[in-house]
Design a protein around this ligand. Structure first.
Ligand code: IPE
Ligand code: IPE
Ligand code: MG
Length: 249
């Protein structure tokens, strides 16, 4: 880890600073397979995955990428064996506690996207503490999707808007894309320019369904615990070669 972190501290010369993605989202997949391939329990892969995420976050700071959104736990992941779910919840809590000072020092603002009320109370406490302690930080806006589901997010936005129509504070005609987007968990970070998925799966798995409408997709076969700055550089290099047309010519 240490060796990896000291590599590529500056923006690689082959990347164009003027055309960096402003917001990168990652589906951090393949932790379990990474561990199992070595005959280790899946949780070892999750633990290693945290180190990778920390390095990619620092990399965003080093290279000047202003927003990172990571998929840590989906609303469907509750369907996993209880020991794995419990391990992950404890891991999130411990990592948050351990990394808070570092995030403050690095000027990172952390936020959590998802239905947080269903998380263990002790984790909710750490989440609130970390969001509060970093709320004014500006260098990297770091969002962690935890108990997140894209469909659930859209449904909760619909409910909130319907309530406002019902109580007369808005008219149905006022509902447009921008009002809708303001009711999503991502209201203050917006849409990702680049969505990376590791471990080769060609699917979205209920992540940021609304927000990825025009994101550039990058899928690598590398498993998340093996993802590093070199891989991140490749993803950004590929992104910079894309022609983003947004439906135009
Ligand atoms: C991603 O890795 C992390 C979480 C979903 C929490 P997985 O745990 O999905 O690893 P694989 O896909 O089974 O290898
Ligand atoms: C997506 O990975 C969720 C996270 C990375 C947290 P999954 O491993 O849960 O997705 P599927 O099951 O392969 O679609
Ligand atoms: Mg997976």
């Amino acid at each position: 880890m240490i060796a990896k972190e000291t590599l590529l501290q500056q923006l690689p010369q082959d990347l164009d600073r003027a055309r960096l993605p402003q917001h990168v989202a990652v589906i951090m997949d393949g932790n379990g397979r990474w561990a199992q391939r070595q005959g280790l329990p899946r949780i070892i892969g999750h633990r290693r995955g945290v180190d990778v995420l920390k390095d990619i976050l620092r990399c965003c700071k080093d290279w000047g990428i202003g927003a990172l959104t990571a998929y840590a736990f989906s609303s469907e992941n509750w369907g996993r064996p209880l020991e794995e779910v419990n391990f992950l919840m404890t891991l999130f809590e411990r990592v948050l506690r351990q990394e808070l000072n570092e995030m403050i020092a690095e000027n990172v603002r952390i936020r959590f996207l998802g239905n947080l009320s269903a998380l263990p109370e002790s984790l909710q406490k750490e989440i609130n503490r970390s969001m509060e302690a970093t709320r004014d930080n500006r260098d990297v806006r770091f969002s962690v999707a935890t108990n997140y589901g894209g469909r659930q997010e859209i449904v909760q936005a619909c409910r909130a808007i319907a309530e406002q129509v019902k109580n007369g504070s808005i008219e149905p005609e006022q509902i447009d894309e921008s009002l809708f987007a303001r009711h999503l968990y991502t209201s203050d970070v917006g849409d990702p320019d680049l969505l990376i998925r590791t471990s080769g799966e060609m699917r979205i798995s209920n992540f940021l369904l609304w927000q990825v409408a025009y994101s550039e997709l990058y899928v690598t076969n590398t498993l998340w615990p093996d993802f590093d700055r070199q891989e991140f550089r490749s993803a950004i290099g590929a992104y910079q070669k894309r022609n983003r047309r947004f439906g135009k010519l």
